[in-house]
Design a protein. Structure first.
Length: 290
């Protein structure tokens, strides 16, 4: 057993359960410090894995990283994605309106403002702010991870998703003051401009295409590391708030799943707009919707 991997799974599923660390530790009959040591990769007995799985309402195989992982909470999904990106050398993205790993500071700033405004208006402000701070921390960690590791990224964005971002702005659907909504709309336009610039200049290690003729039916990622590849399929966009969004994300390392998604991604890349043609189409959308 790879105890470091089990620890990562445990942390993600703890967030998915909605239980606090002290609650799980108390039910398990261990200290909170011991639970955190398990999450950091300390040796853990099979019986403890079984009991943890019962508490978290998952299969013991899920904690062992076998089979398909499911996450219905955006914050738990974001943590698990961060973990997988730690070992990824190649990232293939299909669908969505942006490539978050290389998103602009304007995007992050508008997102932080929108989430914070929405949290402050929540009936349980303290809990909402804590979740917001944690989610923003995970996004920051993903950005720093990309900057330090520099995995190669190939992204095929969906034109429909890009149009929705331009029309509705960052953090679409959140109830925020008008000044914040205007900042979110401006950030969306800045992000689209940045995407067009990257399509033209093709930065080292980053390729971005635009699926214009056929919109991807669902967003997914293929992340490849030295000894393992994962397929990540999720309805949660990067700007889905930590306590919002209805859906289930799935993650698997099954060879047949990786192979099938890889083939679809390669076909999508072959048929997508690239380079100057893609940049021109993005700028046309900005003009039409700006």
């Amino acid at each position: 057993m790879r105890f470091a991997d089990i620890g990562q799974q445990l942390r993600a599923y703890r967030l998915e359960s909605g239980l606090r660390a002290e609650e799980i530790a108390a039910r398990l009959g261990v200290s909170r410090a011991a639970l955190y040591r398990y999450e950091k990769g300390e040796v853990i007995k099979l019986d403890t894995i079984r009991r943890l799985a019962e508490l978290l309402k998952i299969s013991p195989l899920s904690l062992l990283g076998i089979g398909v992982e499911y996450f219905s909470r955006p914050i738990a999904f974001e943590e698990r994605l961060r973990q997988i990106e730690e070992g990824a050398d190649q990232i293939l993205i299909v669908g969505g309106g942006l490539c978050y790993q290389v998103a602009t500071d304007a995007y992050d700033g508008a997102l932080a403002e929108a989430w914070t405004e929405a949290a402050d208006a929540s009936s349980d402000r303290a809990s909402a702010r804590a979740a917001t701070d944690q989610m923003l921390g995970l996004l920051t960690a993903r950005k720093k991870l990309h900057q330090s590791r520099r995995p190669t990224i190939t992204a095929i964005l969906g034109e429909g998703a890009l149009v929705r971002m331009l029309r509705e702005g960052v953090g679409a659907g959140l109830t925020v003051p008008e000044r914040t909504r205007q900042r979110c709309l401006a950030a969306a336009r800045s992000e689209a401009e940045s995407i067009a610039a990257m399509m033209e200049s093709v930065p080292i290690g980053v390729q971005i295409g635009l699926a214009s003729a056929v919109e991807p039916a669902g967003a997914f990622m293929v992340l490849r590391g030295r000894d393992r590849a994962h397929v990540v399929a999720s309805p949660f966009a990067p700007d889905t708030p930590p306590q919002g969004g209805i859906g289930v994300s799935s993650i698997t390392a099954a060879d047949e799943a990786v192979g099938a998604h890889q083939r679809v991604a390669e076909a999508a890349w072959r048929d997508s707009l690239k380079g100057a043609a893609a940049a021109a189409r993005v700028r046309e959308l900005i003009r039409e919707l700006g």
